[in-house]
Write a protein that binds this ligand. Structure first.
Ligand code: SF4
Length: 220
């Protein structure tokens, strides 16, 4: 099977089993999504969701967050990984949005990555979720699952994964594709032991084919 067909199989499969995938972070506007994504780096969405309601109540928008005190923000995010850095990033992000972007969260990847705590992955998430832009956010799940299935070949970095995926995924499918691979990686193709027996991608998955070959080839 060639790569184009493998991609098409995955798109058809996910379209059927997850027709409307969404981020599991809780948010009601762009500001809340940006804050939640910054907090979610190396932390679970579940944990972030436990702490953002209080944060959003105290700091409901960019101006209130920009005027916040470091210790007060830290107290609200202290149970999330790297609370010190993330508190600094949140304050720095809000201040820069006011100083450089007139208080409006920018909506291009090039502008978003200028904000503290916002890397390419976060900028891709924001622009694709909020504005449906065809930007592929690659996190650890997307990187791992793409390689296992054989959607990417020898991709060493998230950027290499992103560029390979973007070659094959139609622009209108990109925002969904990112969520599909994250959710698939979180619940089925998990890092330590993928649940291949529950997975409909077996017929096209390079990893699964290799495992099966090993099982039926007698050791010499
Ligand atoms: S068959 Fe197994 S390794 Fe392949 S995508 Fe499915 S769960 Fe992951």
């Amino acid at each position: 099977m060639n790569r184009k067909d493998r991609f098409q199989f995955c798109i058809n499969y996910f379209q059927e089993v997850m027709p409307a995938p969404e981020t599991e972070l809780h948010f009601t506007n762009t500001y809340q999504l940006l804050v939640a994504v910054i907090l979610s780096a190396q932390c679970t969405d579940k944990r972030v969701n436990m702490h953002t309601p209080a944060l959003f109540e105290k700091y409901p928008d960019i101006p209130s967050l920009a005027a916040a005190n470091y210790d007060d923000v830290f107290a609200l995010v202290k149970s999330i990984s790297f609370p010190g850095n993330k508190s600094r990033h949140l304050l720095g992000m809000a201040k820069l949005v006011i100083e450089k972007f007139n208080g409006e969260i920018p909506m291009t990847v090039e502008e978003l990555v200028q904000l503290p705590g916002v890397g390419r992955k976060t900028a891709n998430v924001i622009t694709s979720v909020v504005d449906n832009q065809p930007n592929m956010a690659v996190d650890t799940h997307v990187h791992r699952v793409s390689a296992r299935i054989g959607l990417t070949v020898n991709a060493k970095t998230p950027l290499q994964t992103e560029l390979q995926l973007m070659k094959y995924v139609p622009a209108e499918v990109v925002p969904k594709f990112h969520h599909w691979l994250i959710l698939h990686g979180r619940y089925t193709c998990i890092a330590r032991k993928p649940k291949c027996e529950q997975c409909g991608l077996q017929p096209v998955c390079v990893y699964f084919q290799k495992v099966m070959r090993k099982q039926i080839t007698p050791a010499s």
